[in-house]
Design a protein around this ligand. Structure first.
Ligand code: SF4
Length: 708
């Protein structure tokens, strides 16, 4: 028996895992006491990782047009059909849709192939559904997609504000760290702002059960209140920011009385003012926000309303202070680092970043190959599938994700895929809701087999190590992409034989013409990790970017000197005008739909669904609503019921809960047609999105409910 060090593949906390390996099997897992994300802790999902492994149900052979084939045939088919689509319909007819489950090395080669050599900008990721609004807000305000703080800041804060985050269920180890820190520091206060009473409220000193969608009004109110009470940090604002007057003018639109704000947010005015007072009185404040903020048609504005309050109070760039977006997926941030979002090019450079297209073109050029980099952004997730629906995109390669159930209007996504001439799917699992739409199916390796890096919510890069061989003929995603690139004639640019070589190129690109991170607009610089040999790459210890010659041990906190990543070094306060959710309630659909995760499941349960003890927590799809609403609708607890929304219906068992607000229902995101027949929550939602970030409005559906 030996222990192998790796990283959990589930949430954005990014816990270190020690896997016990016996006779080519992982027989148990422990938390890695040396990993700075978790210091030995694991949540129930992480501690059951070994129970989710095994060859049963895995996809092990490539398929082309329904027939099992060898890899040569499959790779030839991918290359030939992509090439034919490009030749017959143009570069923009080819697209890719990736996943925060991919490792950074997989993401890097996919981005390089599509944006660098196939010449199409249409490469996006399911991370768009998770944190795109947080990214857009950081960029608008701080000048870069850069989380300023770290997990220790949460422990050092005097006030932690959780907004739209059920940390106890969705980032459990971070919740454990917060709970322990609170028990050690009797002065620490926790505020939870969430329409639902969740398990996270157990440690709350103050709970604000606000009306869904009213977050921007609440934080605008806080900004105006701070100004009115003389609680702005005028010195910090003067030295390090710009835009206060406009942001304040927007915040003051509407009735500024606490009672009026409380009425708009449907919270108790005394509690609201207590929150305002606590926030304004403490310097060491961390505001943690997650999908409850991001998954909105005004998510970017909501994030900026929060960041405005931190800037206005100088609560950023300090120990125990900052606006902290917690990512959902294990590598949502790693994907951003390589350009995995359609509006990004590579290494955190946007298309419009000065000199970026030329710089990336020169970096990717080889002796005989000149990259064909697009000149502008591509389709974001929803736009991409709408372009498929219109017949403009005719070939899509989907990796490690399932848009057939997870995207809003999943019914339309499935119809679009049905008529798309070429759908390529890279997947670990033999049977998913997506595979029936695939012309070519490529078996991919999974956790414990894949080898590479991921980046967690605090910018910490960790190794996920290949411990077991993939089953059957499954192969690593980076290898599959590289093999296709070679068949397309781009072999010289894809001569990678090992993920460490990809990581090296990725690290070098981040520092290419970046003056050792001195160019503040290019904060993402890990050139200090370039040049690792295989042994050093394999032994790479967790480290937070930027990692440069000036910061070889990484960077725990950003903006400590008050200089931001904007051209003039000043952070921007952004004027925010609150907007209602786009999905309007109606007589036919009178209930507000909220969606989210449950504690023991992950995404569409292809992994966690294999562990019986994880299924025990919530064994079937459910619909949560208040006792009063249940009574009004003539529905009893535990009765089966049907939700009707924008597209698909959702069948589930009713759970009557006092933690819901009247007129609102909650459903989990995990169950799919494959598991339950009819419980795809994506199909209930209209395909509305944030106009800046493109993130879908997944928290604000409009539905009706009837008993079965
Ligand atoms: Fe894995 Fe997240 Fe649990 Fe840590 S908190 S063990 S990363 S699921």
């Amino acid at each position: 028996m030996h222990q192998a060090r790796t990283t959990c593949p589930y949430c954005g906390v990014g816990c270190g895992v020690l896997a016990c390996v016996e006779n080519d099997r992982i027989t148990g897992v422990d938390g890695d006491a040396d990993h700075p994300a978790n210091f030995g802790r694991l949540c129930v999902k992480g501690s059951a990782l070994h129970e989710t492994l095994g060859d049963h149900g895995r996809l092990t052979r490539p398929r082309v047009d329904g027939a099992e084939v060898d890899w040569e045939t499959a790779l030839d088919a991918v290359a030939e059909r992509l090439q034919a689509t490009r030749r017959d319909h143009g570069k923009g007819a080819v697209a890719a849709y990736l996943s925060g489950q991919l490792l950074t090395e997989d993401y890097y080669v996919a981005n390089k192939l599509f944006k660098g050599f196939l010449g199409t900008p249409h490469l996006d990721t399911n991370s768009r559904l998770c944190m795109a609004s947080a990214v857009a807000a950081y960029k608008r305000s701080l000048g870069a997609d850069a989380v300023p703080c770290n997990y220790e800041d949460i422990e050092e804060a005097e006030l932690v504000v959780l907004v739209g985050s059920n940390l106890a269920w969705n980032h459990p180890v971070l919740y454990q760290r917060l709970r322990t820190a609170k028990s050690r520091n009797p002065l620490m206060r926790v505020v939870v702002i969430d329409p639902r009473v969740t398990d996270t409220c157990e440690i709350a000193d103050l709970y604000l059960g606000l009306k869904p969608g009213s977050d921007a009004r609440l934080f605008n109110g806080l900004l105006a209140w701070m100004a009115d009470k003389g609680r702005l940090d005028r010195v910090y604002l003067e030295k390090h920011t710009t835009g206060l007057d406009d942001a304040l003018a927007a915040a003051r639109e509407g009735d500024g009385a606490v009672e009026a704000i409380a009425a708009d947010c449907d919270v108790d005015p005394e509690r609201l003012e207590t929150f305002f007072y606590w926030f304004a009185s403490q310097l060491h404040v961390v505001t943690l926000y997650s999908q409850g903020i991001n998954q909105s048609s005004s998510g970017t504005d909501k994030c900026n309303a929060i960041i405005n309050c931190h800037l206005a109070g100088g609560k950023i760039g300090l120990p125990g202070a900052g606006p902290f977006s917690i990512t959902g997926q294990p590598n949502a941030m790693g994907g951003r680092e390589v350009g995995g979002l359609a509006n990004q090019l590579a290494a955190h450079m946007d298309y419009h970043s000065p000199g970026a297209i030329d710089r990336v073109t020169r970096f990717w050029a080889t002796e005989h190959l000149t990259p064909d980099v697009p000149d502008g952004p591509g389709h974001k997730a929803l736009e991409l599938f709408e372009a498929i629906e219109r017949g403009e995109v005719k070939a899509v390669w989907i990796m490690a994700t399932n848009p057939a159930v997870s995207l809003p209007r999943a019914d339309r996504v499935r119809a679009a895929l049905e008529k798309c001439p070429l759908v390529i799917v890279s997947e670990c699992v033999a049977d998913t809701d997506l595979l029936p739409y695939a012309d070519i199916v490529l078996p991919a390796s999974g956790w414990s087999e894949k080898d590479g890096t991921v980046t967690n919510s605090e910018r910490r890069i960790s190794r996920q190590r290949g411990i077991l061989p993939p089953p059957g003929e499954a192969r690593h995603d980076w290898w599959i992409i590289t093999q296709v690139a070679r068949r397309l004639g781009f072999g010289e640019a894809f001569a990678f034989e090992h993920p460490g070589e990809i990581f090296d190129e990725h690290a070098r690109l981040s520092g290419f013409e970046n003056r050792d991170g001195a160019d503040s607009a290019r904060l993402f610089d890990i050139s200090g990790l370039a040049g690792l040999d295989r042994a050093a790459y394999d032994a790479l210890a967790p480290i937070q970017w930027p990692v440069t010659a000036r910061a070889p041990q990484g960077t725990a906190r950003l903006f400590e000197d008050g200089r931001f990543a904007t051209p003039d070094g000043l952070a921007r306060l952004i004027p925010v005008r609150p907007r209602e959710p786009e999905q309007a309630l109606s007589e036919a659909r009178p209930l507000r739909l909220n969606t989210g995760r449950v504690r023991d499941q992950w995404h569409t349960m292809t992994r966690t669904g294999r562990a019986p003890r994880l299924m025990n927590h919530r064994a079937e799809p459910f619909i949560e609503l208040t006792p009063e609403d249940a009574q009004a609708l003539g529905i009893e607890d535990q009765q089966l019921a049907r939700l009707t929304g924008a597209g698909d219906d959702y069948l589930g068992r009713v759970r009557v809960s006092k933690g819901q607000r009247r007129g609102e229902v909650f459903v989990p995101m995990h169950w799919t047609g494959q598991f339950s027949g009819r419980a795809s929550m994506g199909g209930l939602l209209e395909a509305h999105r944030d106009p800046v970030s493109g993130q879908p409005e997944s928290k604000h559906g409009a539905v009706s409910l009837e008993p079965l």
